[in-house]
Design a protein around this ligand. Structure first.
Ligand code: ATP
Length: 241
């Protein structure tokens, strides 16, 4: 695998029961970049993310990261390798406080308490709202704060790759802007991100590289700029020619 790749899938097949959803997916995620996955509803973006995090079984093809073969590995093994999934719907522990949720992200780490404390402080610097609400039950947070908490929990596991499914879903434009700024800052500090985002303009503006999915296949790949200028992408996903 090339030096700068942290994750590579080639010819990946996956699905649920009798239904095959992913058909020969090729995906390459580079270190230090923001990679976006776009495509219409039902294209298979969430299924691809769930496959990369070990929640859906790989049925064929290659899935590798940093010299490790991850195809067939359990979700726990993939997580301990550093591939962290912030799922759609956020899935926080509602009865636990914000800080307890964040600390759950560090559960598998063997880092010292001081290092974990430092990372927690870093998350609070990225998302000051979470510091204000650190003792509040997660279930009582607004949608945007829950998304921040879910991303913060992902960061607490010191991820090799942070995968975020549906960053902006259900959030106000102002909150989305704050989250986008936070992701830019995190990426500037070295966090590699794989993002599924239904708002194609946001995704292509934010990312270094994007992959377009349709019916379980990757149909296009390019820099955000290239895809924003691509007539087929503009017609199909931006509604402009
Ligand atoms: P969306 O933006 O609507 O979430 P998506 O691109 O993330 O779309 P997926 O959620 O991965 O797409 O769905 C891809 C296909 O897999 C769809 O046809 C969907 O009906 C099917 N699918 C998803 N989850 C399951 C499941 N648990 N069992 C069976 N089929 C599923």
């Amino acid at each position: 695998m090339a030096e700068n790749l942290i994750l590579e899938a080639r010819g990946l097949d996956a699905g649920y029961g009798e239904i095959q959803v992913l058909w020969g997916v090729d995906l390459a995620v580079r270190r230090g970049e923001i990679t976006a996955l776009i495509g219409s509803n039902g294209a298979g973006k969430t299924t691809l993310m769930r496959t990369l995090s070990g929640l859906v079984a790989v049925r064929g093809g290659v899935y590798r990261s940093e010299g490790h073969d991850l195809a067939g590995r359990s979700a726990a093994e993939i997580l301990s390798h550093g591939i962290v999934h912030v799922p759609e719907g956020r899935r926080l522990f509602g009865a636990m406080s914000v800080e307890e949720n964040l600390l759950m992200g560090a559960y598998l780490r063997s880092a010292s308490r001081a290092a974990i404390r430092r990372d927690l402080d870093q998350v609070y610097t990225t998302f000051p709202k979470l510091r204000e609400r650190r003792n509040q039950q997660a279930a009582t947070l607004s949608g945007g704060e829950q998304q921040m908490c879910a991303i913060g929990r992902g960061l607490m596991s010191a991820p090799l790759l942070l995968m975020i499914d549906e960053l902006s879903l259900g959030l106000s434009p102002l909150l989305v802007e704050q989250l986008v700024d936070a992701l830019r800052a995190l990426n500037k500090d070295g966090t590699s991100i794989l993002l599924v985002e239904q708002d194609v303009t946001i995704a292509l503006d934010l990312c270094d590289r994007a992959f377009v999915m349709d019916m379980g296949r990757i149909v296009r790949e390019g820099s955000g700029e290239e895809l924003l200028a691509d007539p087929i992408v503009r017609d199909a996903y931006l509604g402009v020619l």
